[in-house]
Design a protein around this ligand. Structure first.
Ligand code: 5GP
Length: 182
């Protein structure tokens, strides 16, 4: 699943897991960014240093990785998904647009790519400001990036507009259930 920052993607993933109709596990990515208040190492991300991230690249530990923001790296770890997929488990990736398109190309029909859309870019800014976890500069950076990220939406298997959270959760959950054939 991909979306511009602040579109509610993480909330949608968590809500689907909480509803309990889809037995899916979150792939915990590695990143060299600092934890935000409330984020837990090993749960939200594996928070590692830039040097550890470089070592993981050298040791071929990633399915994919991206420099999503200048100097800030995020990567999907092989150990988070390969074994689980081989055991028939469902793994959900919260991933940027380039990584999402790459993973879809790699996994083909074994993957469902979903793009969560904001109702508008103005609404996206309001949500990011409301979240209160970013500096004004970081919000500007993310809003500017959103327009670029939205250009990737047509490359995804499906798009869900998050106007009403409950509706977006239901629509996304249904798509996943249809995909896995339940
Ligand atoms: P945040 O810093 O807000 O948690 O995440 C920033 C961006 O990085 C989001 O678009 C998120 O989906 C993306 N991201 C998180 N994990 C990964 C990953 O493993 N690979 C890639 N390519 N992007 C990721």
């Amino acid at each position: 699943m991909s979306a511009p920052s602040g579109c509610g993607k993480s909330t949608i993933i968590r809500s689907i897991m909480d509803r309990g109709n889809v037995d899916m596990k979150f792939s915990v990515s590695a990143t060299n960014r600092s934890p935000r208040p409330g984020e837990v190492n090993g749960k939200n991300y594996h928070f590692i240093t830039t040097e550890e991230f470089r070592n993981a690249i050298d040791n071929d530990e990633f399915v994919e990785f991206e420099e999503v923001y200048p100097g800030r790296f995020y990567g999907t770890l092989k150990r988070e998904i390969i074994d689980r997929c081989e055991n028939g488990e469902i793994v959900v990736l919260d991933i940027d647009v380039k990584g999402g398109v790459r993973v879809k190309e790699m996994f083909g029909d074994d993957a469902l790519s979903i793009y969560i859309m904001p109702p508008s870019v103005e609404e996206l800014r309001r949500r990011l400001e409301g979240r209160g976890t970013e500096t004004p500069e970081a919000i500007d950076e993310r809003v500017n990036k959103a327009e670029f990220e939205l250009s990737f939406a047509p490359k995804y298997d499906m798009r869900v507009v998050n106007d009403d959270l409950d509706k977006a959760v239901t629509e996304t959950e249904k798509a996943i259930l249809d995909f896995i054939g339940k």
